[in-house]
Design a protein around this ligand. Structure first.
Ligand code: ADP
Length: 505
């Protein structure tokens, strides 16, 4: 493992900017890549060098492994950080990176492979003594086998894709009569999403919480657990709000979860940052759900309560350096909350929204962190996930964090496209959420009540003012000369080329 000077960030949006910032703080240079519609994104400007890698479709840009590796070599990088999504959990990409003589900022390909196949992961966890959700540990051949497994487990059951992720290829089956058609839809969805149709059957747990443990592992054999994240506020199995610590986790339960998580990571020879997801039943029993072998979207809540920079630790581990965190000293301090601000209209079934961000004010002040990937003038398209930015707050108690999140959400102004902002404000003000009284079915139950009336005045009133201001600014701009642009301190031919290209359009 070599010491890095320059790292290629094979991603876009908020996570690309997050990683570039970590590179700079570690004293490393960062190379950004961008697809055609992302040419004006903040991550492009933040990097030392920015290289266009193709048109909008991810398959021709952010998923083009060969091109990313070539770009890393052409720009003199020693490593590639994949972020999350895209190529981050593709074992062949991790291998190709290594074969090209570069370091992959992530776990060994074998660990990605072992955890990427959910049935193999379940077998491995069973062998490591980690409790798994009751169900099959091998794919079922057809709906007949699925039915046999379901009646053994008892309905309801979940059909899941062995290669699954992002909630795709998953179907809830309430009774025997539904299993054949559910099998077919889940299988075709899995083939479409992952190119592999293997399914397995899991007992559907009633009203559990989604609790996950962050782990970090280094090449010196240390595996450290950084406590839990509570991720039960979901829509269609996708997380919307996360927090740390969880109101449902006592110090004793945290110890047990941490032991299971470190055993899980250790059993696959894990390195770097990873997350072990569990379902926590109302009885207090917990079950391994899956391992994400990469940086998670929601990593900042852990960073805030543990005082650790997870991305900088990833970069250290990839360079063969020891972790800077010491298990003995790890105690969560205070409380952190994260709201995923997405380009989706909560009052219209969370329909993805597209368009140009006309105006943007991001929250700041005590205890507030905005991890964003957009700015005014950027276009939001349907080519990528709808995440605009993450609003994260810290407070000495959960109550303080809740108040702070409400304050910060009111400061956020997004003009040009609908966002999930108003939804988050309503959740923060909801007595059930405030009491911590929720599970993964929260939105199913609370959604209709929370979203019964249209956008709140606290969100629409500032928008009306901003819209008027924008119109005024536009009138003024039409009469004044264009603003001068101050050149940044460090410039390379690549950055200049990218900027010139951007300005030309
Ligand atoms: P994916 O990898 O597609 O995201 P996961 O297995 O991580 O799928 O599950 C996603 C979400 O689906 C979980 O956070 C949970 O809300 C729900 N879920 C998954 N498995 C079960 C189960 N056996 N019982 C109840 N809910 C489940």
């Amino acid at each position: 493992m070599a010491t890095f000077k320059r790292v290629l960030v094979a991603n876009r949006g908020e996570i690309a900017l997050r990683i570039i910032r970590a590179c700079h703080e570690e004293g490393l240079e960062a190379v950004a890549v961008y697809s055609e519609p992302d040419r004006l994104s903040p991550h492009v400007r933040a990097a030392h060098i920015a290289v266009p890698i193709g048109p909008a479709p991810a398959a021709e840009s952010y998923l083009n492994g060969g091109k990313l590796i070539d770009t890393a070599q052409a720009t003199g990088c020693q490593a590639i950080h994949p972020g999350y999504g895209f190529l981050s959990e593709r074992a062949p990409f991790a291998e190709a990176v290594a074969q090209a003589g570069l370091s992959f900022v992530g776990p060994p390909a074998a660990a990605i492979r072992a955890m990427g196949d959910k049935t193999e992961a379940r077998r491995r966890m069973q062998a490591a003594g980690v409790p798994i959700v009751p169900g099959s540990t091998r794919p079922v051949a057809d709906h007949v086998q699925a039915r046999a497994e379901a009646s053994r487990l008892g309905y309801p059951v979940l059909l899941k894709a062995a290669a699954g992720g992002g909630g795709k290829g998953m179907r809830l089956v309430q009774q025997d009569g539904e299993i054949e058609s559910a099998f077919q839809t889940a299988q075709s969805e899995a083939v479409k999403a992952f190119g592999a149709g293997e399914l397995y059957v899991e007992k559907y747990l009633e009203r559990p919480r989604h609790i996950e443990i962050q782990v970090l592992a280094d090449t010196y054999g240390r595996v450290v657990a950084l406590g839990e994240r509570e991720c039960s506020i979901q829509r269609r199995n996708q997380k919307l709000i996360e927090e740390a610590p969880s109101v449902a986790v006592t110090p004793a339960l945290r110890r047990r979860l941490s032991e299971a998580a470190t055993a899980a990571a250790g059993s696959v020879g894990y390195l770097g940052a990873g997350t072990i997801e569990f379902l926590l039943a109302p009885s207090g029993e917990f079950y391994f759900l899956e391992m994400n072998t990469r940086l998670q979207v929601e990593h900042p809540v852990t960073e805030l309560v543990y005082g650790v920079d997870i991305v900088r630790e990833q970069l250290r581990v990839a360079q063969g350096q020891p972790l800077r965190v010491h298990a003995g000293a790890l105690q969560p301090r205070g409380h952190a909350l994260e709201c995923r601000i997405t380009a989706e209209d909560p009052f219209n079934s969370f329909l993805p929204a597209t368009g140009v961000i006309r105006y943007l004010v991001t929250p700041s002040g005590p205890g507030v962190r905005w991890d964003g990937g957009i700015e005014a003038g950027n276009e939001v398209t349907l080519f990528y996930d709808p995440l605009l930015g993450k609003l994260i707050v810290w407070g000495d108690t959960r109550a303080t964090a809740l108040q702070r999140m409400q304050r910060a959400l009111r400061e956020l102004v997004i003009v040009g496209i609908p966002s999930s902002q108003a939804f988050h404000l309503r959740v923060m003000a909801d007595p059930d959420f405030q009491r911590g009284d929720f599970d993964i079915t929260y939105l199913e139950h609370a959604g209709p009540r929370l979203l019964a009336t249209g956008a709140s005045p606290e969100v629409t009133a500032p928008l009306a003012v901003v819209a008027a201001l924008l119109a005024e600014q536009q009138r003024a701009a039409e009469q004044s000369p264009p603003p001068t642009v101050r050149p940044p301190d460090r410039q390379s031919a690549w950055t200049l080329a990218a900027r010139r290209e951007a300005l030309d359009r």
